[in-house]
Design a protein around this ligand. Structure first.
Ligand SMILES: Cc1cc2nc3c(=O)[nH]c(=O)nc-3n(C[C@H](O)[C@H](O)[C@H](O)COP(=O)(O)O)c2cc1C
Length: 339
């Protein structure tokens, strides 16, 4: 699949995940076989207000393309302005969030609330596109199953100018419960001419192959199963190429990758603080603390499936520096896989 003049190296896209899909995560999943990775959702309004923390979420400089920035908005004017800023920063594509189920977001008329406002959603696509970048839409199947809007909504986004659509095969009212409905994703694929990326519950090479073949989508988006397991992209890629499944990573490789994630994110947070004019010593301390706090949950995922994971996670949650985490991992020895 081609996105904004980039032929993806694989039809596998790492999902936007608030609090997880930061710069270091995106680099690591690309290195493990993802064709690209989407930033977490960023508020168009906060971009317009020049919020510093928001600016750090748009950490694109030097990142491999296509750089897809996901924005959420309900007001076309804010989105128009934010889109121009995001283009200036280096985005190749603006993805619009029309699936977030969180009550705070929905109450503002953003995220999945837009599934019931197709006219406004179309205006938002046009507002974002005014900056000249391709715009994509990430939607759910609908707000409630009884709305039955997935095909009409996707067609409306295509008519508004969306370059491609990602469909998460759940309704807003499900949040993350139940199973993604891939038959409905296939219905969207059949109804539109633009590329469709299917999303929901891909967690193994077998499900990936089944969903690709069964739905006819152009690419797969994968989220939760990649947390702590970027190797999943490599396993799926091998399956797509008819190659034997790569071996699961050793404990040493798991630790090295978890630490790479942590150290790289620390580097980025320090960089942002230096840029904001912090004294170097303060930038180091605060940048490191931010990296540790923001990555604790994600680091915990790397231990999934290893004996002693629960105890390790508990210890991890008490640590506040990279050196302490390095020491913890060095002290563990060689645990065995529990699955
Ligand atoms: C912790 C978390 C954060 C998420 N944040 C976002 C987000 O910022 N934007 C978005 O469109 N979807 C977000 N999602 C939804 C995922 O992108 C994806 O659609 C969903 O998890 C289903 O895919 P999966 O079964 O492969 O995880 C988030 C999901 C999780 C679990």
């Amino acid at each position: 699949m081609k996105i904004a003049n980039y032929e993806l190296s694989s039809p596998l896209v790492a999902a936007p995940m608030a609090g997880f899909s930061g710069r270091a995560y995106r680099e690591i999943v690309r290195d493990h076989g993802a064709g690209t990775a989407v930033t977490e959702m960023v508020s168009a309004q906060a971009i317009c207000y020049g919020n510093q923390r928001t600016r750090e979420l748009l950490d694109l400089e030097g990142e491999a393309g296509p750089r897809i920035v996901q924005l959420f908005a309900s007001k076309p004017d804010f989105l128009r302005e934010a889109a121009a800023v995001v283009k200036e920063i280096g985005a190749d594509v603006i993805d619009l969030n029309m699936g977030c189920p969180v009550p705070k977001v929905v109450k503002n008329g953003e995220g999945s609330a837009l599934l019931r406002e197709p006219k406004l959603a179309a205006e938002l696509v046009q507002a974002a596109a005014s900056c000249g970048l391709p715009v994509s839409v990430k939607m759910r199947l609908g707000f409630a199953a009884s709305d039955n809007i997935h095909v009409d909504f996707a067609k409306a986004m295509e008519a508004a100018g969306a370059a491609f659509i990602t469909v998460h095969g759940r309704y807003r009212e499900q949040f993350y419960a139940g199973q993604a409905d891939w038959d409905k994703i296939a219905e969207v694929k059949q109804a539109v001419s633009i590329p469709v990326i299917g999303n929901g519950d891909i967690d193994s090479p077998a499900t990936a192959l089944k969903r690709l073949a069964g739905s006819g989508v152009d690419a797969l988006m994968i989220g939760r199963a990649t947390l702590g397991d970027p190797w999943l992209f490599g396993r799926i890629r091998a399956a797509l190429g008819g190659e034997p499944e790569p071996e699961l990573p050793s404990w040493d490789e798991v630790c090295a990758t978890a630490l790479r994630l942590l150290r790289r994110q620390r580097e980025r947070f320090i960089y942002w603080r230096l840029l904001a004019g912090f004294e170097p010593a303060r930038a180091e301390v605060e940048g490191e603390y931010m990296a540790v706090c923001s990555l604790r949950a994600q680091l915990g995922h790397f231990f999934r499936g290893w004996n002693g994971a629960a105890a390790l996670r508990n210890q991890l949650n008490t640590l506040g520096s990279v050196a302490e985490i390095e020491a913890l991992l060095a002290s563990v020895g060689q645990p065995t896989r529990g699955r």
